[in-house]
Structure formats: C-alpha cells, structure tokens
Design a binder for this molecule. Structure first.
Ligand code: TRP
Length: 330
C-alpha cells in the first residue's frame, strides 16, 4: 500500500452513465484497492447549478450505490457526503481570506460565462452566483481539509487542483508551513469513451448508454449505436468502431483479440458485433446491477455506509480546523 493520501469528489448532478463509469469511476474503484482514499459525493458543489434537493439526494444515492456495487474497497476508502462534514464550511470560509479575487476571475468555468455573456451583449456576470464564482475555494478546502497528496480528476478539473496548490501556498506564506501541496493526476482515458453517435459519451449530446438499465433496455440502446454502411461481408476497422471501443472496456484480452480479428476478416455484420457487445456487457454487469438495485431499494444501508465514512472523515477534518483556527486567530 502506497502511503500517499488520495482524494477525489464526484458531483451528483446526473445519473452516472457508462461513460462516467469507464472514464472516471472505474479508475477510482481500482485505485481504492491499494490506496488510502477519501472519496466523497460533492453535493455542496452541485448547489450552484441544481436547486432541487430531491434531485441532489437521488444522484447522491446513485453514485454511492454504484461505487459500492462495483467493488469500491470500503476498508481503504472513506466514502462520505461532502455536506456531512461541518468543517468544510469553516475551512472554505477561512481560505476566502487568503485567496485573491483575481485568481477566481481566471477560473475556466467562470470565464466561460463571461465570454458567453460578452458575446450576447449581456452583463458579464449574468447567471453567475457566488457558489459558482467561489467554487474553486470550496474545492481547495475539500482537498486541504484531508491533507491530500494526490487528486485524480478529469482534464476539466486540473486547473481547480492547481488553484488548491496556489491557495495552500498563499496560506503557508502568510501563516507558516501548514498545508501539503496536492498534485493532480489526470486519467489518460478520460474523454475517449464514445457514445451512441460516436462522439464523446455525454449527457449534453444525448448519446449515453445507461450502466444499470434492465437487460432489454441495454440491448435496445446498444442496437442503436451508429455505424458506417459496410455490408456484413466487408472487412471493418475495429479502431474506428464504437462497438469495438466499448467492448474493450468489458472483455478480457483474448476476447478483445478475437473480436478484432472478426472485424478485420470481414464476414461479420454490425448487428452481430452489437449482439456480442451486448452479451458481454450484460453478463459483466449482471451481479453488480443486482447489488445496485438492492442498495437503491434499501437507502438506509447506503446512509449507514456514508455515516461511517463521515465519522472517519471528521476525525481528520477536525484536526485540520483546530490547526488553522489557531494559526489565523490565535
Ligand atoms: N469539481 C469536481 C467536478 O466537478 C468535483 C469535486 C469537488 C472534486 N471537490 C473536489 C474533485 C475535490 C476532486 C477534489 O468534477
């Protein structure tokens, strides 16, 4: 076991689909097997865009149930709900006082609003609430509260982890050595999972495949994957096929090699390839899907796991807050 502390947050803004699982969640579950990991559902981060409590709660359960059903190592992992730790509100507020406003002005997500507003001639800050504007401070608080060394994130979050380093540095310069400087690690596969139409699988393209849909629905979706118009007889390029790309994430090496061969040789229609993909995905997901459904039907079991995580997280968080308060207020 590596003794570095790994931490990451997952924002509960949608039901996780196959692309989220392969690109972001599966690597985290793998990492949990041999790292001490803090993993939380970032419900406070969802608040700047989702103003419906029921929705946030539902997605929180879905993410937790998915991670548990897919084999997250709950001994190594402290799995909790961000909002359950009161210390997070405190640290976030303390850090506001060493964070330059100009740093927030440079955040990609905020800048995207400013650019869009400028383009349409609106006030630059139209549609921007303070939750969105100060999002990187809350995220820095998440990272620094638990003494994290490594923060695995998607490419779009790299800047936020760099900001957390910057903010830790400002604090240390002002109050003396207090926080470790965290490192982002960016998943290499992130963004490469194709959806039904071949573009990146994303809710905003409406091309997603659900992870835990019933078999019939999963099959229907897979059969809708868009292909080129090659006839069954023609040889096909596996590396340009969404079917093959998805198959690679569920099959073993021999099976992958076998399907690659069939693509190249010709004589297999896309319909057959889709059936092979469906059968593989359906069989790999059968057991975790049953466990996911069981957990979703018993949310008190999820609550108990999250409560246990919160207790373990609080033990670390309270020490950090005591230290910070002493440095800032004496
Ligand atoms: N902002 C991240 C996202 O949108 C989620 C997140 C919140 C996070 N706090 C974090 C990720 C701390 C890593 C570390 O995906």
């Amino acid at each position: 076991m590596d003794d570095k502390i790994v931490l990451t947050g997952i924002k509960p803004t949608g039901t996780p689909h196959m692309g989220n699982y392969i690109g972001a969640l599966k690597p985290l579950i793998e990492m949990s097997q041999n790292h001490k990991t803090f993993m939380f559902i970032a419900d406070l981060h969802a608040l700047n865009s989702v103003h419906d409590a029921k929705e946030i709660k539902q997605h929180t359960y879905e993410i937790a149930a998915l991670m548990i059903a897919m084999g997250l190592n709950l001994e190594n992992t402290v799995l909790f709900r961000q909002s359950d730790i009161d210390e997070i509100y405190k640290l976030s507020n303390f850090l506001m006082n060493v964070t330059p406003k100009g740093l927030m002005n440079r955040a990609h997500s905020y800048k995207a609003y400013v650019e869009k507003n400028t383009e349409i001639g609106a006030d630059v800050d139209a549609g921007v609430n303070m939750g969105l504007y100060t999002y990187p401070v809350l995220m820095a608080a998440d990272i620094l509260l638990y003494n994290s060394d490594i923060v695995p994130v998607g490419k779009d979050q790299k800047q936020h982890v760099e900001f957390a380093r910057d903010i830790a540095g400002y604090f240390n310069n002002t109050y003396g050595e207090t926080f470790k400087l965290p490192e982002p690690i960016i998943g290499s596969d992130a963004g490469l999972i194709p959806g039904l139409d071949g573009r990146k699988m994303s809710k905003s393209y409406d091309n997603t495949i659900p992870l835990f849909a019933p078999s019939g629905e999963l099959k229907k979706k897979i059969m809708r994957i868009i292909t080129d118009s090659k006839t069954p007889d023609e040889p096909k390029n596996p590396d340009e096929s969404t079917i093959f790309q998805l198959y690679k994430f569920f099959a073993d090496e021999n099976e992958i090699a076998e399907l690659r061969e069939k693509f190249i040789a010709g004589g297999m229609g896309y319909g057959t390839a889709k059936t092979i993909l469906f059968e593989k995905v359906d069989s790999v997901l059968a057991t975790p899907r049953a466990e996911y459904e069981r957990l979703m039907a018993n949310p008190s079991e999820i609550d108990a796991i999250l409560a246990n995580g919160a207790e373990r997280a609080r033990a670390v968080a309270s020490k950090t807050i005591a230290k910070v308060k002493k440095k800032m207020l004496g």
